[in-house]
Design a protein around this ligand. Structure first.
Ligand SMILES: [Zn+2]
Ligand SMILES: [Zn+2]
Length: 114
């Protein structure tokens, strides 16, 4: 056995508890009381399971590159009937009964010639 853990006992006021890594099974010590049923990981496995070191936070390239590249996603469309021509159409808003819904064509017409 070549267990050469750093046995620096200077200022070790932290109580360590013996535990067994639930990942690799290695004996290790943890600075908290291992709870039964809760997995304990040795330092190696703990590091492995952590997301990669991100380092300093980066804020992407602000104000740069492709503008308007927002992910709009599909807009929710609602079935409606055009109050003008009676055509079935879809509108990006919820048709409220008291307001006439116009299909794209009629909407353009009314807007254009109003
Ligand atoms: Zn481990
Ligand atoms: Zn219409």
């Amino acid at each position: 056995m070549g267990e050469d853990f750093e046995s620096s006992d200077n200022g070790s006021d932290r109580e360590m508890h013996k535990a067994k890594c639930s990942d690799c099974g290695a004996d290790c010590e943890v600075p908290f009381k291992p709870t039964e049923g809760k997995p304990v990981r040795c330092l190696d496995c703990f590091r492995k399971n952590r997301p990669a070191n991100r380092g300093p936070r980066r804020f992407g390239n602000s104000n740069g590159g492709s503008r308007g590249n927002f992910n709009r996603g599909p807009r929710e469309m609602h079935d409606a009937k055009c109050a003008e021509c009676g055509k079935d159409c879809q509108v990006p808003f919820k048709p409220s009964g008291d307001k006439p819904v116009l299909c794209g064509d009629c909407y353009r017409k009314t807007k254009g010639f109003a």
